[in-house]
Design a protein around this ligand. Structure first.
Ligand SMILES: Cc1ncc(COP(=O)(O)O)c(C=O)c1O
Length: 275
């Protein structure tokens, strides 16, 4: 478990979150920092970028965490800059200015943190990522274009061709279709199980299993995942528990506190009411 404000070292060691939305509002994914060790070398640069920037994220997150959850929803991840703008500035840029070619080389090599190109990082998006990370009690986040993209990126960054992951069979329909029909085209197999049956979950894990995936409360079947038990099983197997926290939102559930290593959020749903 990571994520308590009194334990910054633990937070830095663990969590990670990513975000996107198909209807113009944010949707999010989250990973715990321990999940870094689960990522194969082919994991996307954006994943590594977000995870390696946890120290930077930590600074504004610590400021946020002294406030209540409602204040994090409003102000998390943003400290007013020299303009004193209360609203989060919109940085409508694709490229950034590099002070020297040497500096640019270091940024592209990920030796130093900084803005490179908006597809990979953008200061406005960064506020969103930090805000969701703070709401979930995670250390960092990654924004994507939709909740579906968040789940996809999570799976393809954890698994390589020939790998599999164990998934709840009760899932949001779009996620099920993605896992059942699309992800297998990449040579990655979803093993669907009754997620409330710990033995079935254990039995499905083999030496090619890279993650366990579930929803806190499944949409629309309303199946409640036994997160604590699943977290233990995942820990024993040395794989991350990935939790789609869309249905309950971080206001009601924080999967990182129950053994989750990675959180996926679709912000089109209940979270869009908050924002
Ligand atoms: C639990 C859950 N996860 C993921 C998604 C997918 O999110 P999006 O519609 O942003 O792709 C949904 C969509 O309703 C959902 O209910």
């Amino acid at each position: 478990m990571l994520l308590r404000s009194a334990k910054p070292a633990l937070k830095a060691a663990y969590s990670y979150v990513a975000i996107g939305s198909s209807v113009g509002r944010p949707a999010a994914i989250g990973i715990s920092g321990a999940a870094k060790s689960f990522l194969p070398p082919t994991a996307s640069g954006a994943f590594y970028r977000s995870i390696s920037s946890t120290t930077q994220l930590q600074m504004s997150k610590d400021a946020d965490l002294v406030r209540g959850f409602e204040s994090i929803c409003l102000h998390g991840g943003y400290l007013p800059d020299e303009t004193t703008s209360r609203g989060v500035p919109l940085y409508r840029t694709a490229p950034y200015v590099f002070e020297s070619s040497d500096k640019a080389a270091k940024l592209f090599a990920l030796e130093e943190l900084g803005n490179i190109y908006t597809r990979i990082m953008n200061p406005t998006t960064d506020v969103l990522e930090q805000r969701f990370a703070a709401m979930e009690g995670g250390a960092a986040g990654l924004a994507l274009s939709s909740g579906t993209a968040a789940a996809f990126n999570t799976v393809v960054n954890l698994c390589e061709q020939g790998d599999n992951f164990v998934s709840a069979r009760n899932l949001y329909g779009g996620t099920y279709t993605q896992f059942n029909d699309i992800i297998p085209k990449f040579g990655i197999n979803a093993k669907f199980v009754d997620i409330c049956d710990p033995q079935a979950v254990k039995d499905a894990i083999d030496d090619k299993t890279r993650a366990i995936f579930c929803e806190t409360v499944s949409n629309p079947a309303l199946e409640i995942s036994p997160l604590e038990e699943l977290g233990e099983i995942a820990k024993e197997a040395g794989i991350p528990l990935v939790v789609d926290d869309t249905f309950t939102t971080p206001y009601l559930t924080k999967p990182f506190e129950w053994g989750g290593e990675l959180v996926v959020l679709d912000c089109d749903m209940l979270l869009s009411i908050i924002f």
